[in-house]
Ligand binder design. Structure first.
Ligand SMILES: Nc1ncnc2c1ncn2[C@@H]1O[C@H](COP(=O)(O)OP(=O)(O)OP(=O)(O)O)[C@@H](O)[C@H]1O
Ligand SMILES: [Mg+2]
Length: 251
């Protein structure tokens, strides 16, 4: 079943002005419920713009995006967004950050404590409940960031280069952890990255956008066995896909 459907979507910033810039052109995509989708494309091709439209932060100038059959207009709780820069509140402990969304919606103390227990364990922060963000490493802050979005119980996670600011080793660890989290929760993920290895490692399906204006130039189904381990990164299968996608991006 399709969770999110993008239909005939085009977008021009400053439409009708001298500075008009068309960034997306006739995008048609559908994302299956529970699938892990990755969007790749060269810098400036419109990946973030497309993701922000799914989040409801921008309205497309043409076409539409639907979630469970309803047109997306504005942000909503069903869609959680994770950016490259984490959105952790420095003045709240790890636990308070995790339960921020439920608390804001009036969840009881008991419910908040339950949310904190569940997500702190699932993102691997047990023992750090009462720490402050400044006491954490970049990877740990990212775990808080992701746990906080999951704690809102969205149907769809929209992730824009969430691991882009992490060192290579931490990034690999976070990819493995995200895969586990996705397998446990079964939520639909739409993930944007520049990094082809990351894309192939994580995805059920990689969508390749052409250079600006972004168009869907290729869709690659990734059939590598799960759970994917670090060995797979060096496998011939992964490298062959990477070469193919690399060539597509180059042209
Ligand atoms: N709010 C805006 N107003 C005008 N132009 C914008 C706006 N946001 C983005 N753009 C332009 O649209 C184009 C696409 O930007 P976008 O951020 O979607 O690209 P991207 O594919 O995410 O790039 P990157 O890989 O570098 O993150 C860029 O040329 C950018 O300058
Ligand atoms: Mg971007």
């Amino acid at each position: 079943m399709s969770k999110i459907v993008v239909e005939k979507l085009s977008h021009t910033f400053g439409k009708g002005t001298d500075d008009a810039l068309t960034v997306l052109d006739d995008i048609n995509l559908s994302f299956e419920s529970g699938s892990f989708n990755v969007i790749v494309g060269t810098s400036g091709c419109g990946k973030s713009t497309l993701l922000k439209m799914m989040a409801g932060l921008y309205q497309p100038s043409d076409g539409k995006i639907t979630l469970d059959g309803e047109t997306i207009e504005g942000t909503g709780r069903k869609r959680g967004m994770v950016f490259q820069q984490d959105a952790v509140f420095p003045w709240m402990t790890v636990a308070r950050n995790i339960s921020y969304g439920p608390r804001l919606r009036g969840a009881s103390k008991k419910e908040c404590a339950e949310v904190e227990r569940k997500w702190i364990e699932l993102v691997g922060l047990t023992g750090f409940e009462n720490r402050w963000p400044r006491e954490l490493s970049g990877g740990m802050r990212k775990r808080v960031d992701i746990g906080r979005v999951y704690a809102n119980d969205p149907d769809v996670l929209l992730m824009d280069e969430p691991f882009g600011a992490l060192d290579a080793q931490t990034k690999e660890r976070m990819q493995t952890e995200l895969q586990e989290l996705w397998q446990v929760t079964g939520k639909t993920v739409i993930f944007v990255t520049h990094d082809l290895e990351e894309a192939i490692f994580l995805a059920d399906r990689v969508v390749v956008l052409s250079a600006r204006p972004g168009r869907v130039s290729h869709i690659e189904d990734i059939r590598l066995d799960r759970p994917r381990t670090n060995e797979i990164r060096l496998s011939e299968d992964l490298l062959a896909i990477k070469r193919r996608l690399w060539d597509l991006l180059e042209h």
